[in-house]
Design a protein. Structure first.
Length: 402
């Protein structure tokens, strides 16, 4: 079994923040499925190995307590990470996933199609009237925020302040770039959000049931009911994940079409390709570039022994361009079939919001293809810099109604 000490020391966070990380990913794949990274971590790039490790129960999502204390201290931010479904293991993970899945399962989500379409039209109409659309701030953020607020049961007047606090909380998922000010924002936002959601639950106690998660909470038996802190933190995680994934999928997809106008023309000629185009955007420029796992016990991968306690970065963005799996992998192909991408991860912690993110993105691209004429950029795009999430902060376009 080889030690592989000759491989370069790299940072997954550095790769994810580049304007174009894909040439570097290609170089890593050419060296083999594993590469050494900073601080004794391992980077995994090949599609087959990444897919296998996503489903390997010897790897877990919960980071060691020492790492959490080092980056977040002992305050509310660290407690939040300990309670969310992303870091829990069965049976707690199973209970949380079952509860959230009641509102995010495919049958429920499909019934939202008309509602999401009307919301997208409401957001697009002012942009078409003024001839300018920022894909992120005018569409890809407010659409999922509104939909997730509806699912949780957050009243419309409360949403701006709740969103402001959730944006502060979201910094907890970018530990590599945290500043003391960020940590202060996280630890100030969480108590406010906990109090808000506890009050929201209290108001719904006399009217249990209904389509919202706040209403569903009181339908559970006393034995099965989640602790209020578990409910609050997982609703906040759902809120964050709901708009983050859709923001990246939509903004990255629009940017890809702008860089490949022939594919945009193809979609306009055949709008039935929109669902497969959404899958291709997930492959071609994944909104989730990497996920982190910790080895609970020794794991052998491609002839390399990963010791217990080591962290493993599964590079979804690299796996999705693996030529061993995808023909002409560097090319955007909105009709690609088959397309076994790993854009939403996999295994026990497969993204809970998959069906919702897909539906919102299909609705958005159906409208951008059918109702909107993109005339060109209205200013420079601003790429977001994040250790694992890939999207834009701004993507301004000149538009008109078709």
């Amino acid at each position: 079994m080889r030690a592989d000490t000759a491989r370069p020391h790299l940072s997954a966070a550095f790769l994810a923040t580049q304007d174009d990380p894909y040439p570097a990913y290609a170089q890593l794949r050419a060296r083999g499925p594993l590469s050494r990274a900073e601080l004794g971590q391992w980077l995994v790039t090949g599609h087959s190995v990444v897919s296998t490790l996503l489903r390997d129960n010897r790897l877990e999502s919960r980071m060691p307590a020492e790492y959490t204390r080092l980056t977040l201290g002992d305050g509310p931010g660290a407690e939040f990470l300990d309670r969310i479904v992303l870091t829990r293991t069965p049976p707690d993970h199973t209970r949380l996933r079952r509860f959230i899945g009641r509102a995010l399962g495919t049958p429920v989500v499909r019934r939202l199609t008309g509602h999401i379409g009307a919301a997208a039209d409401t957001l697009l109409d002012p942009a078409l009237q003024r001839g300018r659309l920022d894909v992120v701030t005018d569409l890809a953020v407010p659409l999922p925020v509104g939909v997730v607020c509806d699912l949780i049961g957050i009243p419309i007047p409360d949403r701006p302040e709740v969103l402001t606090r959730v944006v502060s909380l979201a910094k907890v998922f970018d530990a590599a770039n945290l500043t003391p000010g960020d940590l202060h924002d996280i630890n100030a936002a969480l108590p406010w959000l906990h109090d808000y959601l506890a009050e929201l639950l209290s108001r719904r106690r006399e009217q249990p049931g209904g389509p919202t998660l706040a209403g569903m909470y009181w339908e559970e038996s006393a034995t099965d009911r989640l602790a209020i802190a578990d409910f609050a933190d997982n609703m906040l995680f759902l809120f964050h994940a709901g708009f983050e994934t859709t923001m990246g999928l939509v903004s990255n997809g629009v940017a890809a079409l702008l860089a490949h106008p022939e594919q945009l023309r193809r979609l306009r000629a055949d709008p039935a390709l929109v669902p497969s185009a959404v899958e291709e955007f997930l492959r071609y420029d994944a909104p989730i570039q990497n996920v982190i796992r910790v080895a609970r016990e020794p794991v052998e991968v491609a002839g390399v022994k990963i010791r217990a306690g080591r962290t493993v970065l599964l590079l979804l963005g690299a796996a999705n361009r693996d030529a061993a799996v995808f023909d002409d992998a560097e090319r955007l192909d909105v009709g690609r079939d088959p397309n076994p991408h790993l854009g939403f991860g996999g295994g026990l912690h497969h993204c809970l919001g998959t069906a919702l993110a897909r539906l919102m993105s299909v609705v958005v691209f159906e409208r951008l293809v059918g109702a909107v004429e993109i005339l060109g950029p209205a200013g420079p795009p601003v790429r977001r810099r994040h250790a694992s999430l890939r999207s834009y902060d701004q993507l301004p376009l000149l538009v008109r109604a078709r």
